[in-house]
Design a binder for this molecule. Sequence first.
Ligand SMILES: [Zn+2]
Length: 395
Amino acid sequence: MSEMNELFYTNPYLREFDATVVACTEGKKGFEVVLDNTAFYPEGGGQPADLGTLGEAKVSDVRRQNGVIIHFTDKALEVGATVHGVLDWERRYDNMQNHTGEHVLSGVINHAFGYENVGFHMHDDAITIDMDGPMTDDDVKAMEKAANDMIKADIAVDISFPSAEERAAMGFRSKKELTGKVRIVNIPTADCCACCGTHVKSTQEVGIIKVLSASKHRGGTRIEFVCGDRALRDFTKKHDEVIKASRLLSIKPDEVAAAVEKTLQTLVARDERIAQMNQRYFEMKTTMLPADQTILTLFEEGLTPFELKLFATQVAESKKAQVTALLAPAAAADGTVVYNYVIAWDDARLREASKTLNQRLNGRGGGKDMVQGSFKAARAEIETAIAEVFGAFIQ
Ligand SMILES: [Zn+2]
């Protein structure tokens, strides 16, 4: 069996086949099965391996090793037996659509800009190509349109094995210098490229090419896209998200972005108003505090750690107490109540006091001029500990 006579090449639309088991050995990834011929495409040229079944055995990977195609299976197969192979056709056809789409998109960019495709990856959710030159968003949009025009034009995909002389006259895309038998995939007017993958027979079967993103990559452009059924799945998923968002915002689906922007602006303005109100509240509350206290311990509901710090700063600057301890209850991840704290004391022994408190109150946190963190203890315990620890220092 020579490479070009392999079933996935002679008929890329073959979903089921019979073959004879030539070898079966146990390896690290299960059993390694060799057949006299196969429709399972081995990973290569950027295209993932086919999956499916061989008789009762599941095929989890297919590789070409030293020219021999190895099927990795979960069960042993009897050497000499005839086995029925069934491909995961949805996966293979999806790969054929996307791979052919990759040719068309790379080809139209090559024609328009002269850029080469220097990196090609077929991921489970999308395909990426790395073109070796810069492109603007408008350039990418224009190429997406040009590629889709090629798809609508229903151009036959031609596979050939031209001689070295014939190849010299063709001018095809290739990632490396090629010798020996070279498989050329030609999509007239769109692309001509050396490739070992499986393809659909006409560009029309690609269905659609949708670019998902384009970004700068090593001086060139990385384009992420989807084709065919995968493009429809992608569209459906995103469409459903937009519909959900539009219902939440009570606006039309095509006004989602504008509505989200407006909502975010409203939130920012609201946050600013809350901050201003808090500041006035902190000032008022500070004014009302009795002066000349040694240790001031104050519990406030509903303050974030950031607000707690603003409040503590306000109180500390008023110099109404030597030690200012502000605490706010908050729900911990496990549902229990913890107390966020900020303690201010203009004294070098603050860190030492903070350490002692953390030990006594299952606390964490620290700091320099002010310490902040949280205590995992009851309110009464906290009040007692603060009075005792700072009391011992101040006397
Ligand atoms: Zn190809």
